[in-house]
Design a binder for this molecule. Structure first.
Ligand code: FAD
Length: 284
């Protein structure tokens, strides 16, 4: 289908982008890589009067270190995230997960900020950001503010962003040296996760130190599996102990039935995939 007619601007400064969003009240939408927004427009699930294209803005792409935080610009593509030596060193979980998003074309157009702001429950990167305790830096008419990943996704396709705010960058405490793995179960014909599991664990000798586990598509927003994290912390880094710690991972999730899977199937998948992801991260 053809989208409803809209105006289009391509500002050259962040301030102009925010001003354009503010001037259109709730009638404007940001355009990043267009990999989620354009299908939505073509299906007429949204009909914004104005598109504000971020492609011309300087400073929204790339990766850098700021103290012990890895900072990634919101307009950095999935392909750039996956191949960045800095991301691979300081957020290996994110680099691995970004490499599983869609196909080559999607990864070269789609952006980290777009994926997080779109807040699709089946998207891989919001759960990864939750597991890595990311902080989102956003800019609006009143200046900048920071939002913790755990507070960012508030419901299906809904975030804590105001309509006149731009997600500018994502800050990730370095997890260099942590054992990490993203495990995703999807149908062969498409890459969207039926269930995904993001795991990061620190290790001291034969014992698990800190553990972070977050699930994709087990409810409207990424699910941080706090009880599993507590059970893993201090446990021996062996498969039997991991399986025991992960057994109840689905207990407090909000999995739903849909065309891809029943809620029961998802809960069982979550158990199997979480155990597998932790074992693969630890190499046991
Ligand atoms: P856009 O489509 O341009 O924007 C998406 C939404 O975010 C819009 O509402 C827009 O207004 C808003 N937005 C964008 N940038 C910002 C910003 N900086 N600040 C505030 N709001 C912003 N994703 C996965 O996670 N896993 C997959 O396996 C996967 N498979 C895919 C397969 C296909 C065939 C396609 C087309 C997409 C797939 N995706 C998948 C989605 C893909 O990751 C998109 O790139 C991503 O969801 C949106 O990023 P974008 O840059 O294209 O954003």
């Amino acid at each position: 289908m053809i989208p409803v007619a809209f105006d289009y601007v391509r500002p050259s400064t962040l301030e102009d982008a925010v001003a354009a969003l503010s001037s259109a009240a709730d009638e404007a939408k940001i355009l990043a890589g267009g990999q989620s927004l354009l299908p939505v427009l073509r299906l007429r699930l949204a009909a914004p009067a104005l598109l504000v294209d971020l492609a011309g803005l300087p400073g929204l792409t790339g990766t850098r270190l700021d103290g012990d935080a890895l900072v990634i610009g919101a307009m950095t593509t999935h392909a750039a995230v996956a191949s960045s030596p800095l991301v691979r060193q300081h957020a290996p979980l994110l680099a691995a997960a970004a490499g599983t998003v869609g196909d080559r074309q999607v990864r070269h157009r789609g952006t980290l900020g777009g994926s997080l702001a779109h807040a699709d429950p089946a998207a891989d990167l919001p759960a990864v950001a939750a597991a890595l305790e990311a902080v989102y830096v956003v800019q609006g008419p009143g200046g900048r503010r920071e939002i913790a990943a755990g507070d960012f996704s508030v419901d299906l396709f809904t975030t804590a962003l105001s309509p006149d705010e731009v997600l500018v960058e994502v800050r990730l405490p370095s997890t260099a040296g942590w054992a990490t793995h993203y495990e995703k179960f999807h149908r062969t014909a498409q890459a969207w996760a039926i269930v995904g599991v993001a795991v990061a664990v620190s290790r001291s000798g034969e014992t698990i130190g800190e553990a972070r586990v977050a699930l994709t598509n087990m409810g409207p927003v990424p699910h941080r599996a706090r009880a599993v994290e507590s059970a893993l912390a201090g446990a021996p880094a062996v498969a039997e102990a991991v399986a025991e710690a992960c057994a109840g991972v689905a207990a407090d999730t909000a999995a739903v039935d849909d065309l891809s899977a029943s809620a029961d199937y998802r809960r069982e998948l979550a158990r199997v995939l979480t155990t597998r992801a932790v074992c693969r991260a630890l190499g046991v």
